[in-house]
Design a protein around this ligand. Sequence first.
Ligand SMILES: [Zn+2]
Ligand SMILES: [Zn+2]
Length: 389
Amino acid sequence: MRALCWHGKQDIRCDTVPDPKIEDPRDAIIKVSSCAICGSDLHLFDGFMPGMESGDILGHEFMGEVMEVGSENKKLKVGDRVVVPFTICCGECDQCRRGNFSVCERSNRNKDVADKLFGHTTAGLYGYTHLTGGYAGGQAEYVRVPYADVTPVKVPNSLSDEQVLFLSDILPTGWQAAVQCDIEPTDTVAVWGCGPVGQFAIRSAVLLGAKQVIAIDNVPERLAMAKAGGAITINFDEESTVERLNDLTFGKGPEKCIDAVGMEAHASATVDSMYDRAKQAVMLESDRPHVLREMMYVCRPAGVLSVPGVYGGLIDKVPFGMFMNKGLTMRTGQTHVNRWTDDLLRRIEEGQIDPSFVITHTVGLKQGPEMYKTFRDKQDGCIKVVLKP
Ligand SMILES: [Zn+2]
Ligand SMILES: [Zn+2]
C-alpha cells in the first residue's frame, strides 16, 4: 500500500510499504477514505519532537471503512464506517475507566521509556513517535487499529467525511480546550493561534456561551475565518496583543486564555521570543513558550489558562511567581477524545456545528509531502489539508 513516511527533518515521502495485518484479536483493519495533516504533525516535520525513526508512517487523523476484524472484536463488523480517535486506549485500565483516555496506562508499547521521561506513561498515539508507542499512522491506504473494540466512532452515512473526520482530533481538542475553561456567560475568552484547533476552540467557546471571544494570530486568512466564527480579532503584527486585550476588557484582562499554539510560538519581535530562539538553537531549551508567558501576564487574576497546544519538553523563564500570586489555574493535556465524541457527533447531526469549514485543501496522498510544506509555511491560504488515499 501507499503511505506517507517520515525519513528525517523536512523529509516526508509517499512510499510503498507492506499492508497492515491483524496482530491481536481485538484489532481491526481500516481502509482509509479521508485523513488529514495536523499542526502537531508539523512538529515531526520540523524535527522538534524526539523518538521518530526513518520509515515511520505518519498521521493520526483518519477515518474509513472496516475491512477486517479480529476474532474478539464484538463492536465492529466489516463494512462499518468509522472515525478513529488519535488516542489509542484499552478501555479497561484505571485511567480509561475514569474517562482519562489520553493517559491510558496500557496502550503505549514503549511504556518504560515514557515512564522514565514523564514519571508515568501516556496513551499510545498513531503516527506520533516511539515515545507514544511507535504505532503506524493513518496517512496511508490502510491502518491497523489496536483495541478497535473501544475507540472507533461509528458514523452515519448521512454525514460526509468532511463533516465527521475531525472528530478524530481537532474538533474534540478545541472543544476540550474550551470546556476546561469552565466558561461563564460573563467571560471573555482569548484564544492564541487560529490554526485548526484554535478555530474549533473559538467556535466551541461561542457555542458554550462566552460573552466575547477574542482570536489572536498574524495570518489574515485565519483571522478572517475566526471572525466568521464569531470572534473579535487581533493581528499581533499590527497591534499589541496585551494592550488590545486590556482595552476589550476595560483593563481587567480576559478571564479565560487558551494556548492553541504550543511549542513553536512565532512572535519573533518580542524580547522573550528572541531569547527562546537563541536557546533552542543551542539545544538549551526544547520549546518556545512565548504564548504561555503572555497568557500569564494578561490573564485576569483567578482566571484559567487552558493549553491544548503541544509542548515537548523543557521550557525556560516561565514566570511562576506571577502565575501563583495571581491565583491562576492551568489545565492541559492531550485530548480525552472519546469523552466528547458522542456529544459532538450529536451536535454535528443537529447542525450546531459543521466542522468542514476549516478545510482549505483536498489532495491525493501522493501530494502529501508538498502539502506538509504548504501547510507549515501557511502558503496558498492553507489552513487545513485533507488527503484522499
Ligand atoms: Zn492532530
Ligand atoms: Zn486504558
